[in-house]
Design a protein around this ligand. Structure first.
Ligand code: SAH
Length: 445
């Protein structure tokens, strides 16, 4: 019996994907229902019916899964940020760990030894960075997040993943916008000024940066904004970032400091890091430390004389490594010139002299003579060319930090075909609440 749009069915949810969508079978047909938990028995209203699958909306929970919790956020799931606020954190960790195992088996054909996933002490309040789009709907000021796959702003100033201080700062900026009638950007007419409120917090020092992203360079009454923030002692830098372009990119290239020198300073694995609005920095400092420690432990295990840190960003892993191992020299490779400059500055700031940084595509990075090559690529994984070079040159030890299990599994299968042995895999939950999961593993030849 086929399903039709607008049917109401009873459904048992068997599993949940990393996007937070549960799936159950109805006469063999896969039916996806967002915001459900494994083991839920629900009533679903079918909103889309295709030959090979259907999508439903949960209209009633007949019997809740033991993993179900009360959603504590009024913006969920509309804001498109979290995937698992309706499930316990323990169930979320299990689901992520299973997803890693599944990616290795499905994509790499590999049966891996999985270490227990490293979870967060607190799955809330961990984000050190948030970018809130600003707009008006029927004249009303909206500050929050874009709902999934759209540019409609869901008002949300108290995101559970952000530090609680951010809410108060958003309130102060909102009051300033209303009181001085500051113009707000309209994406349709491409007019107006303030597009995003961008906040960053350095958790180790408590310093906060406020950056207003504006389509117009000359925002009026910024002195009044600075004055109303004067009791917020944690705010060390206030800037305007100019983004006049018709683009989905949040930030433009130019920043104008209004207060402070435009940077805040954090400490990661004992390393001081200067953070500007444009520099890449791990969003979850606590989990990044756990991830880096695991990578550094693995990279130093064979006592190499030299290590390479490919896709090094602002150099944080390599500098932490170099500081902990003054006898080992580190060469970082990164494609973005500004990040390479940041990496060199960070090394100097920390008095680290055994680390150097090269601006290059990892594909062309020097690989000869390194006892260990660490890689931390973006979600798409290593380029095929780099995998082929590694398989040809065969550095004795490769440590792989990954933010996407699917591409890690693909690259691991290629390294194993070339003769490498893969060690166990440690998943780290860097982004509680959301569908992302990081992993560290290493390969020896
Ligand atoms: N290891 C860093 C950054 C990881 S993010 C940290 O933990 O902070 C991945 C980095 O790879 C980004 O900085 C990105 O700019 C860089 N990158 C992307 N493609 C690259 C390529 N082909 N060659 C070198 N670096 C690249």
């Amino acid at each position: 019996m086929l399903l039709n749009k607008n049917d109401d069915i009873e459904l048992h949810i068997d599993s949940v994907s990393l996007t937070g969508s549960g799936v159950g079978r109805y006469n063999g047909l896969a039916v996806f229902v967002p915001a459900t938990a494994p083991g839920d028995i629900i009533e679903a209203h079918i909103i889309k019916a295709k030959k090979s699958y259907a999508v439903g909306k949960c209209t009633k929970i007949i019997k809740p899964s033991p993993d179900r919790t009360d959603n504590d956020c009024p913006a969920y799931p509309g804001c498109g940020g979290c995937s698992f606020r309706h499930m316990s954190y323990g169930a979320e960790l299990k689901l992520k760990s299973d997803a890693v195992r599944d990616a290795f088996s499905r994509i790499g054909g590999l049966d891996v030894e999985l270490k227990p996933i490293i979870g967060a002490d607190s799955p809330d309040g961990y984000r050190n960075k948030a970018q809130y789009p600003v707009g008006r709907e029927n004249g009303e000021l909206k500050i929050g997040f874009y709902s999934r796959r759209s540019h409609r702003i869901v008002d949300c100033r108290a995101c559970r993943l952000a530090p609680p201080e951010f809410e108060k700062i958003l309130g102060t900026v909102a009051d300033w916008i209303e009181k001085y009638n500051i113009s707000v950007y309209n994406e349709t007419s491409r007019s107006g000024a303030v597009r995003h409120i961008y906040l960053r917090k350095a958790f180790a020092t408590g310093e906060i940066m406020l950056c207003l992203v504006s389509a117009e360079e000359n925002l009026p009454h910024t002195d009044k904004l600075i004055e109303s923030l004067k009791n917020e002692k944690a705010i060390k830098s206030v800037l305007i970032n100019i983004n006049p372009d018709d683009t989905n990119a949040v930030l433009g290239e130019k920043c104008i400091p209004l207060l402070g020198d435009g940077c805040i300073t954090d400490i990661l694995c004992g390393v001081k890091v200067r953070i500007s609005p444009l520099s890449f920095y791990q969003v979850n400092r606590g989990a990044a430390e756990l991830l880096y420690r695991e990578a550094i432990k693995r990279a130093s295990s064979g006592s190499p004389e030299r290590i390479a840190d490919l896709y090094c960003g602002a150099g944080t892993i390599g500098i932490s490594f170099a500081k902990a191992h003054p006898g080992i020299s580190v060469t970082g490779v990164e494609i973005i010139p500004d990040a390479v400059k940041n990496a060199a500055e960070n090394a100097e700031l920390n008095g680290v002299s055994n680390a150097e940084f090269i601006c290059a595509d990892a594909l062309t990075a020097p690989l000869d003579g390194f006892g260990c090559v660490m890689i931390d690529p973006p979600r798409k994984g290593m380029s095929q060319g780099l995998v082929e070079r590694l398989c040809r040159i065969k550095p004795p030890h490769i440590v792989y930090v990954s933010c996407e299990p699917a591409t890690l599994a693909r690259d691991a299968a290629a390294l194993i075909s070339a003769g490498y042995r893969m060690a166990d895999v440690t998943p780290v939950d860097m982004f509680p609440g959301t569908g992302a999961v990081e992993c560290v593993t290493d390969f020896v030849i």
